[in-house]
Design a protein around this ligand. Structure first.
Ligand code: CA
Length: 374
């Protein structure tokens, strides 16, 4: 057999691959482009939804979505904090490939899913949490409409904006976006703040869990350890879990409203809806203990040095009412979640990596590692 020169071989290969596609495209209309709605929760645990086994969660709309769709039971996030995980989703790149923390420095020349879809004729939108660069304005990453909330470093949002919950407004914006673009393909990121601390639902939302008294025997040992830390800090397990579940119930209700609107617009069969969390649950922030507490303390000190107000308003004199204890995320049958894995593993690797870098660059890497604790 006579071998072709490499360039010719590549060209032939390209021709062979493309020819059937071109022929197919000439004979048939192009396949329809599905709409895509990507629902992202922040710090939600694997076990925080009813259909993944939480004994008290009220998530009927997500349960129905799981029953009617595909329920994934094994996947990996690209980071154990917010920005690194979102970097993986937006760029398909491991965050370690970025020299700078993308929340501060953006994605540089890396291609994003939104830019690719924009090139394919999609209307693109992003509503809610941002935390993926310094410029949340229309046009960034090929996104036509950005409704990013003003946020603190780390992505928290303090107030319950309405009785419906602190993320209800972003579903209002998303529905308006979909209504405006219902006659063309669209992609929309719906990036919730819930249940990232501070978890602080309205009384209306709390009322749904009013009678709940937690039976700790319904949880695996690792969650009972969380309950023990809560109690040792003066907290009431039932009270704090009620608050946590009330916020999750609020986004479930909003998702139900969004899905209903898609049905009313006749878009059910044209729309892919995906729900995910960015990583595992944060540890409860018991005063003075745990890696999450240390990370928050470091951030608080940094903000104090910069003359900025504290991240989270808390009543330090009364830990039983400290809303930081409301972060009662459940990892299901697993251990770990946000922060702990990062502190135990990644920091060690970064230290080894720094030893191979020029001094000036190692300083940047160290600074970025500290930022990732957000
Ligand atoms: Ca997160």
């Amino acid at each position: 057999m006579k071998h072709l020169p490499p360039r010719r071989g590549l060209s032939l290969l390209t021709t062979l691959i493309l020819t059937p596609l071109v022929a197919s495209a000439a004979a048939e209309p192009p396949p329809p482009k599905p709409n895509i709605v990507f629902l992202f929760a922040d710090d939600l645990g694997w076990g925080d939804l009813r259909f993944y086994g939480h004994p008290y969660a009220q998530t009927p709309h997500l349960d129905k979505l799981a029953a009617e769709g595909t329920r994934f039971t094994q996947c990996y996030a690209t980071g154990v904090t917010c920005c690194p995980s979102r970097t993986g989703f937006m760029t398909s790149q491991f965050p370690a490939r970025f020299a700078k923390y993308p929340a501060d420095a953006d994605f540089g020349d890396r291609v994003t899913i939104t830019a690719l879809l924009k090139q394919q004729g999609y209307a693109t939108g992003h509503f809610g949490k941002w935390h993926i660069g310094p410029d949340p304005s229309a046009g960034t990453y090929g996104i036509d409409a950005i409704g990013a909330d003003p946020e603190e470093p780390g992505g928290g949002r303090k107030a319950s904006a309405t009785e419906r919950g602190r993320d209800a407004h972003l579903y209002d914006e998303t529905v308006r976006f979909i209504e405006s673009h219902k006659d063309q393909p669209f992609f929309v990121n719906v990036w919730n703040h819930i249940p990232h601390a501070p978890v602080n639902p309205s009384q209306t939302l709390l009322d749904a869990f009013g009678p709940l008294q937690v039976d700790e025997s319904k949880f695996p040992p690792q969650m009972r350890e969380t309950f023990a830390r809560c109690k040792s800090a003066g907290g009431d397990v039932s009270e704090h879990l009620r608050a946590y579940l009330a916020e999750i119930r609020s986004i479930d209700a909003e998702i139900g409203r969004l899905l209903q609107r898609l049905d009313e617009l006749g878009l059910r069969e044209k729309t892919i809806v995906v729900f995910s969390s960015d990583q595992g649950p944060a540890d409860i922030l018991t005063p003075g203990t745990g890696p999450s507490e240390k990370a928050v303390a470091k951030k608080q000190q940094k903000r104090k040095n910069q003359g900025k107000p504290p991240l989270i308003a808390t009543d330090e004199s009364n830990p039983a009412t400290n809303i930081r204890l409301n972060a009662m995320g459940h990892s299901g049958p697993f251990r770990g979640g946000k922060h702990p894995d990062l502190v135990k593993r990644l920091s060690v690797r970064l230290e080894a990596w720094k030893a191979t870098l020029p001094t000036a660059y190692a300083k940047t890497a160290s600074s970025d590692a500290e930022n990732e604790l957000q």
